[in-house]
Design a protein around this ligand. Structure first.
Ligand code: DC
Length: 325
């Protein structure tokens, strides 16, 4: 039953009768999950369920956009179903957000802000698919280097990206196996050489168009947490939750140094910081889909925060988004 202070005016019988409103909204949600999108179908369903309690006098049932509150004819991503009814002398109101798909969480930010660890953990805890789009740009960069094509030969790279077979297979531990033309390149795309060249390849129009199309196809059915640079601004502009995760270059260099030493590489901290600043510059000044915070993204500066605290905060935002929308 609708949670409202007005419920206190209802008799015991009326309380039982009022439960029909909640049931009607739940039935509408189930119908949307099953594929119904049409305004009249959904409103009729609510009206006919409410009609089973003859004492209930429906005032209105409305399907509107949750932000603009304008009427919705066909549900695209989500809509607010609201109703008001009279039972005896009490006026009851209730509403529900109808979603056509599971949520998409978009996590953007510069290199070394902790996106991978955080995104992976969120995918695991919320049962969502993990999409590492940086790995896709790395995979294409690896192939360009492997094939011996010059990094600035945009025509040859466009041809290569159009004909290559890139696949991302989620693994049980929340990670992802990356294959290129059936070859497992999961580790090969993390070398410092690929890292040094990836911004140049990722700035090219044909590369971005091709990979964005693939990323959007992954997101078609929702239920996805995607990390990258342009998830919230370009690839998934309708994502339910958008996070911009960042940290100072010094902090990011320190984190990258820890990762690289753990992999057995020798590290020069000052050089790492300079590289990070240069990569930020390239990624945020490129012409197509530059790294930037979406207007409706929540910015999290993670200096001094533990990974666990960052994960908790994002999960909290996700839950609140669902409650408030
Ligand atoms: O997150 P990462 O370091 O693995 O990303 C590798 C590079 O790919 C990074 O320099 C920027 C680029 N990238 C991008 O341009 N757009 C994305 N959505 C993801 C990554």
């Amino acid at each position: 039953m609708a949670y409202s202070s007005r419920n206190q005016y209802l008799s015991k019988t009326e309380r039982e009768q009022a439960a029909v409103l909640f049931e009607a909204l739940q039935q509408a949600a189930a119908a949307v999950t099953a594929g119904d999108r049409d305004r009249q179908t959904i409103i009729d369903l609510v009206r006919s369920h409410c009609a089973t309690v003859t004492e209930l006098d429906l005032d209105y049932v409305e399907l509107v956009d949750p932000v603009s509150l304008l009427p919705v004819e066909q549900i695209d991503h989500h809509a607010l179903l609201a109703l008001a009814a009279r039972l005896g002398t009490t006026r009851l109101i209730d509403n529900i957000v109808l979603q056509t798909r599971s949520p998409i969480i978009a996590i953007d930010g510069p290199a070394g802000a902790g996106k991978s660890t955080v995104t992976r953990a969120i995918a695991d805890r919320l049962g969502l698919l993990y999409l590492d789009t940086g790995a896709m740009y790395r995979a294409v960069t690896w192939l360009v280097m492997e094939t011996g094509i010059a990094l600035d030969d945009e025509v040859a790279i466009a041809e290569l990206v159009a004909t290559c077979d890139l696949d991302m297979q989620p693994q049980g531990d929340g990670g992802c196996v990356v294959t290129m033309n059936s070859m497992d390149i999961t580790a090969a795309i993390r070398t410092p050489e690929v890292t040094a060249n990836v911004s140049t390849v990722a700035a090219q129009k044909a590369v971005r168009e091709s990979l964005v199309k693939q990323q959007q196809a992954f997101g078609d059915r929702g239920g996805l947490v995607a990390e990258g640079r342009d998830m919230g601004t370009c690839v998934f502009p309708h994502a339910e939750v958008k996070i911009f995760l960042t940290a100072t270059p010094a902090e990011r260099a320190r984190r990258r140094a820890c990762d690289l030493s753990a992999q057995g590489y020798e590290v020069d901290l000052a050089q790492l910081e300079a590289d990070i600043i240069e990569r930020d510059r390239q990624d945020s000044t490129r012409e197509i889909a530059p790294l930037s915070k979406a207007d409706d993204a929540i910015e999290l500066v993670t200096d001094g925060m533990t990974i666990e605290a960052v994960i908790e905060q994002i999960i909290d935002y996700t839950r609140n988004d669902h409650l408030s929308s």
